[in-house]
Design a binder for this molecule. Sequence first.
Ligand code: BMA
Length: 334
Amino acid sequence: MTAVPGRRRPNATHERGIYMVFTKYSGNPVLGPQAFPGDIMYVFNPGAIRYNGEYLLIVDAATAATPIVFWIARSRDGIHFTPDPKPISGWPAPESGAENCIYDPRITFIDGEYILMYASQAPGRGVRTGVVRTRDFRVFERIEQAETGRNNRNSVLFPEKINGRYVRFDRPMGDDECEPCDMCISYSDDLRNWNDTKVLMTPRPGCWDSHKIGGGAVPIRTPEGWLVIYHGVDLTCNGFIYRLGVMLLDLEDPSRIIARGGLPVLWPDQPYEMFGRVMNVTFGCNALLEDDGTVRIYYGAADTCIGLATAKLDDLVAACRVGNPTAERFFSGK
Ligand code: BMA
């Protein structure tokens, strides 16, 4: 695997005095719409996994006029990606009717197969979590979901059953995309019916994750707990800013938060993240742990292209315990 060049630096111009724990690859973006055939204008928010000795991304790909489709891109070195000639074909339609938009896949390897959870939108139905399984990224089989009557997305499956059950993050929401939302955790025996949903955490007033929060990467098991990289949305007078942060969850009871970092670990400060289809977005759907303790993420930038960033696992775990005393003091009124 190729080492990723880059350097750690304080991003003093944007977040005075705060170190960005992730280091962005100096050759970013690693994948953009130019690499794709046809009229593709936006490629973003990939699920990522290592498969057959390669890095495999399933990216959101869209033209200016058509809904998002899933498209696979592959790379031997994790930097130079080649998209397949066509988007994924044979994507299994839900029994409830056709999906008209699919996006933000998360890929979990569990029990010898790959489970994809993604946002599935259908006319007149709103958005739900779609679940699809594959063993080879050629044939995809749908796991029909029990209808809940409620919008839900940002679902991410844990890579192990816990106490005999599948566990996932999800994010039930109302009809208005822009409303504040909590991040939830749910459990299942069969990957179809999701029960015992609990609010895992809520937005924090005055912080970088003040408005909406949601699952990001598949959690990584560490001796100190499940390391979770999630996205947080801050609302400004000029719109949303999407940043990534970290928390640690109890290994046996992942509904218990051990520590939640007070500061973001990655945020938009580069032109390719600040300008595009949607401004000021860094959005994560994956985190791959390398043998040397490096975590690499392929993140969506401005809903337009894909960046690579790396951090040491230990630094991310440590970041979970870093507070934000100024905001905590201010908003607790003390
Ligand atoms: C979220 C999702 C993401 C997108 C982000 C920023 O709500 O829809 O797919 O990257 O908004 O537009």
